[in-house]
Design a protein around this ligand. Structure first.
Ligand SMILES: C[S@@+](CC[C@H](N)C(=O)[O-])C[C@H]1O[C@@H](n2cnc3c(N)ncnc32)[C@H](O)[C@@H]1O
Length: 280
């Protein structure tokens, strides 16, 4: 980008090309970052393509585009991200909530449907996304959320305040101490499911920016499933997000532990990413 009097449309075109070299979503990234820089909604950019940008605006935009070109995720640059009906604070203290995790919430809500004041436990809550979305969409749910990371919990606490929703947050390590409280009608979790040996194969956007405690886990779906047996009420449900290619094995694990009605659900791209079962 050179000199002044560049229009918004010019700047967007140049930034899209530049970011397209390192991101599969160069145009979208460029638009989100420009809207953020100008304090506008993305859709408003389209009615303003001819507007010249001031030097200050250009400088601020260049700075965020440079961060994105170094693979920093757009969500971390914006500082907030949408999940279901909520907008949550996001930063490097916790994983960015993903679209496939919205399916986890959908399956969780299906099991809560018709229950009065159901008790729910979210294991590894990160930003609080799953717990808060359930509290938002099943109004009398009593939601507890745990995480081993004090940093993630501090961010989740900000999101409890931001959304005004009630979630009981606790620092707790499921691998070391099982699960607290109960009995729950539902245990839900998007546990870390990347093997340490696969960490290097992840995109730099993920590997170099998101917390490794949120990514890498040793048989965590099984750890959560075994611990959940002890805190679910009979007939209560477990809903787990799993990594691409892990659904069959996790479904077999759940069946082996004794869960009934083990079902897998695919995400919007057709990959099996959610495994659930019912406690006997
Ligand atoms: C994949 S992230 C999911 C975050 C959030 N639930 C979401 O779906 O966006 C996994 C989370 O589990 C937490 N975690 C990792 N090991 C844990 C453990 N042993 N006990 C409790 N939480 C753990 C991490 O700190 C991280 O926040």
């Amino acid at each position: 980008m050179s000199t002044a009097a560049l229009s918004l449309g010019d700047v967007l075109r140049r930034a899209s090309e530049h970011l397209g070299k390192t991101s599969e979503t160069g145009r979208l990234d460029a638009e989100l970052l420009l809207a953020h820089t100008l304090g506008r909604h993305r859709i408003e950019l389209y009615t303003d393509f001819d507007r010249p940008l001031s030097t200050d605006e250009l400088d601020a935009y260049r700075a965020v585009v440079a961060r994105r070109a170094r693979h920093e995720p757009v969500a971390y640059i914006l500082g907030e991200w949408g999940f279901r009906r909520l907008t949550l604070n996001v930063d490097r203290r916790a994983l960015i909530p993903r679209p496939e995790t919205e399916i986890v919430v959908e399956r969780a809500l299906a099991h809560l449907s018709g229950l009065d004041a159901p008790a729910v436990l979210d294991v590894g809550t990160g930003t609080g996304a799953i717990a808060l979305a359930i509290a938002d969409e099943h109004l009398d749910a009593r939601v507890t959320a745990i995480d081993v990371s004090a940093d993630a919990l501090a961010l989740a606490r900000e999101n409890v305040v931001r959304t005004g929703l009630a979630v009981d947050l606790r620092e707790h390590d499921v691998a070391a101490a099982g699960l607290p409280g109960g009995p729950y009608d539902l245990v839900v979790s998007n546990p870390p499911y990347v093997e340490l040996s696969d960490l290097e194969t992840l995109m730099p956007d993920v590997r170099d920016y998101e917390p490794h405690v949120a990514l890498v886990g040793d048989r965590m779906p099984e750890v959560v499933a075994r611990a959940a047996v002890g805190v679910l009420r009979p007939g209560g449900h477990l809903v787990l997000e799993v990594g691409d290619g892990q659904a069959l094995a996790v479904a077999a694990t759940l069946a082996g532990i004794g869960y009934l009605d083990v079902v897998t659900t695919s995400d919007l791209t057709g990959r099996d990413r959610v495994v659930e079962g019912r406690r006997d």
